[in-house]
Structure formats: structure tokens, C-alpha cells
Write a protein that binds this ligand. Sequence first.
Ligand code: FE2
Length: 249
Amino acid sequence: MDFKLANALGRIVELKDRSTGAHTWRVTMYAQAMAEADRMPISEVLSFMLGAVLHDFGKIDVPAEILSKPACLTEDEYRTVQRHPIDGWERLRRLGVDDPFVLNVVRSHHERMDGSGYPDGLCGADIPVEARWFAVIDAFDAMTGFRPYRDGIRETDAARAIEDLEAHSGTWYEPRAVEVFKALHGAGRLDSILDHLNDKDGLLTPGTPLSKDVISMAHDALLTSSPKSADHQHIDAIIKLAKQTEIKS
Ligand SMILES: [Fe+2]
């Protein structure tokens, strides 16, 4: 899959969950910084970034009212949210994506080193390394980005988030990934990503409005990647929302 379609799908997913602002953009930029710091070959840098763009693709199947719920989720709602790594992985497989970097980030970014994560409950080295690295990025952004259940961003959030990553290094997170992320943060490499595009109204969300072609391309990919028996109501609803956004812009 190329970046054009991946970006279109990433932005369509974010339409369902505006409160995360530019979460996908930020984690993709963090992924680039991490991959470069680890001196990954360029092809792997690009695949890791593509995995970041698509990591929450499966949230297209989570009802918007659950994604933006401003209170604790019920057990049933939490189970629904926990399906998104597998739903996203299955959708990508149906689209013919076979890049293991991309598929592993999408499927395993909520696994934890001690086996307490989901969806497969993998432990340690059984979790693909790219997913272990991305888990650190996703967790940091979850702690520092705007969320519907939290009111605003405090200056100390980033420092606290790094402390939290360190506190769970080895139990939840890959220690080397935490080390690299902390070093990048300490050097100020992440400041421009962290400080910007974290607005709760989404006013600074980067990129131009979705064009007709991009919406049409995303619509085709969403239909192609849906299970055969699925009803497409939620897909039609999100495409309608994308079209409204396009018209207003
Ligand atoms: Fe996720």
C-alpha cells in the first residue's frame, strides 16, 4: 500500500475520533525519529512509518460514540475497542498488504512484554520488535495528547510520560525502545512534534481537506477490505462525514 491511500485511510479513521487531534501524524513523526535513531535501513523506516499511519485502521469498525466517550468504558465497550488491532490487520490482509512491518505494528501495538496486552497476549520476544517499539510511541502520545476524558495538556505531562515509560520498562515496554525514546526526548528531537498539533479542536491538524479522489479511493479500500457479509452502514456514514468536511473546507 502506498502512503497516499494509507494517509487517506488514516485521516478517515480520525474523522471518527476528532478528539485525538493529530494523533496519527504525531505517532508517524515519532516513528520516523525512532527508526532513524536506530539506523534502520530506509525501506524499514518507510514501512515502520506506514505501520504508524495505519496502526488504528481497525478503529473504523468501532462505533464513534465509544471512541469519543468522555467517561470510563463498560466491559463490553472495552472489548469492542480491543478488537481494533485484529480488525485492522484483517482489513489490510484483504487489501493485499503483506509487509510484515506494517501488519505487525497494526496487530501487535497493544501487546505488553509481560503478556498482559491484547489481542494475542504475546510475551517478550514473541512480540514483533517493530510492534514493541511502536507501543512505546503510542503510549507516550496517549499520555501527552488530548483525550476526551482529560482536560488539556500540562507542561509536565511529557516528563511524567517518560517516567511512566521507564517505570514499565521491561514489564510493559521494550527497554531499548524506552531508552531510545527517552534519549530523543532529552535531546529535544521530539519537541516540535509534541508541542504542535495537539489542539483539542483539531484546528491545526495538518494536511489539506480530503479531495473527492482521495475520499473515493478510501471508500473503495474500505469496501474491499470489509468482510463479505458485513453491512456497510458505518462505512457509508464515515464517507458521508468525509464528504461534508470536504464541502465545508
Ligand atoms: Fe490502537
